[in-house]
Design a protein around this ligand. Structure first.
Ligand code: T4K
Length: 396
């Protein structure tokens, strides 16, 4: 507890955490299991290009997600790119600007023009209403993003997409293991793309997968993914190297085994934050939206400066000084990032919710290296910083 201003690290006091706490630390497998998996790879001397571990991973992902095809790839950015290419999309693709830049980068790589829309101020998710406002652009596809261990309202967006006859390609980079009443994310729209980055709950250090019930699309992506092709050869527009290695496959398989316990661990941390923060004025913990089960991989706060007493950015600096490596995803929104700000200047000033969220939203540490006690201490720091906001503002 920080009783005096001088106790805050930003004001010269001792930092709360000597070992920094990060957002989304990898649930790295237990060492013995990892060692055994690596020995197997070395014994087989087969390291990549759709080896036995990656094949097993794909089969296990298909049965876990109840989807016909899970095509593993190097990362979600490349997965989005291959899905756009595999669907033969041309022209414009609609997506929210309040997200990681990957969906737009992948669009540009695939020769598409991204069109940006705003999001719902409470859930941070894209809605049919937010999509509607961008529709005059006459897009050929929509890429909704399932954010923060929550999801968009899938049936509502599905109805909207059907009525406008545009395919949905879901960026579900945050959504592994997340469930709606209709089932797990992974089988909605024409394709869903997951990330297995080190900061995700289902991690392979790097990696991802494209999920689809469309066998033809999956086969096309498999053919594009490897320069040598795999399974049924098919003529495709382009091939790239988007393969997952056996070592990544091994880590992913072990993480898939642990997914329920990792989710339970995340949930306990999330609940610890919730109770530590519920009475702090001007701090809103964003609950995962539109899902029956979250993976709780993101602890997202909105800071209302007038009520809390300091800005999101100053609180972020207070926490960083204490060894809490909070992040400011997504600052700026895609429409204000290079090169999209100059390529598409029409969006600057046109997405007020996104602009507001980019200045008020922050993520707190969670995952393998964070404990429920850490969450209580971080919540306590946020509470103490509010109590000393007048003094801390001098460090802004
Ligand atoms: N769609 C959405 C909605 C996404 O959020 C993302 C990626 C994608 C698509 C594309 O997925 P990928 O192509 O990456 O598979 C990160 C991640 O690189 C990125 O995967 C993630 N979303 C994005 C939101 O954040 P950075 O540059 O902020 O992450 P980085 O590497 O600085 O790590 C964040 C924190 O995690 C740091 O505090 C340190 C900690 N960390 C990181 C790594 C890599 C660790 O503790 N260990 C680690 O090994 O972009």
């Amino acid at each position: 507890m920080k009783n005096f201003l001088s106790e805050f690290a930003l004001a010269g006091g001792t930092r709360e955490f000597t070992v920094e706490r990060h957002v989304g630390q990898l649930y790295f497998p237990e060492w013995g299991q990892y060692e055994a998996a690596m020995r197997g790879i070395i014994d087989r001397q087969y390291y990549t290009n759709h080896g036995p571990l990656v094949r097993e991973l794909e089969t296990r992902l298909e049965s876990f997600l109840r989807v016909k095809n899970a095509v593993t790839v190097t990362n979600a950015t490349v997965g989005l790119y291959l899905a756009y290419l595999g669907l033969g999309l041309e022209g414009k693709i609609l997506m929210p600007s309040f997200t990681f830049v990957a969906a737009a980068q992948a669009a540009v790589l695939a020769g598409l023009d991204p069109v940006f829309c705003d999001v719902d101020p409470s859930t941070h998710q894209m809605t049919p209403a937010s999509a509607e406002r961008a529709l005059e652009a006459r897009v050929s596809a929509v890429c909704p993003v399932n954010l923060w261990g929550g999801a968009v309202d899938v049936p509502a967006l599905g109805d909207w997409a059907r009525s406008h006859d545009v395919p949905l390609i879901f960026d579900s980079a945050h959504g592994f293991g997340v469930e709606r009443t209709e089932g797990k994310l992974g089988r909605f729209g024409r394709a869903e793309i997951f990330s297995f980055h080190a900061t995700k709950i289902m991690a392979a250090t790097e990696g991802g997968c494209v999920c689809t019930d469309d066998d033809e699309l999956a086969e096309r992506i498999r053919n594009m993914r490897s320069n040598y092709g795999i399974r049924r050869p098919m003529s495709v527009r382009l091939t790239v190297n988007a393969r997952l290695s056996e070592a990544q496959g091994a880590i992913a398989l072990l993480n898939l085994e642990g997914i329920d316990s990792h989710t339970a661990n995340n949930r306990a941390i999330f609940e610890s934050y919730r109770s530590a923060l519920e009475t702090v004025p001007g701090v809103r913990l964003v609950e995962p939206s539109n899902v029956s089960r979250s993976n709780y991989q993101y602890v997202v706060l909105e800071i209302a400066e007038d009520l809390y007493g300091m800005s999101r950015d100053l609180l972020w600096s207070v926490l960083r000084a204490e060894g809490v490596r909070a992040r400011r995803y997504f600052k700026p929104g895609i429409h204000r990032s290079v090169p999209f700000d100059t390529l598409y200047p029409q969006y600057v000033g046109a997405l007020p919710v996104t602009d507001s969220l980019c200045g008020t939203v922050m993520q707190l540490p969670i995952g393998a290296r964070v404990t429920t006690e850490d969450a209580e201490r971080i919540g306590g720091l946020i509470c103490d910083a509010h109590a000393h906001a007048d003094g801390l503002r001098a460090y802004g």
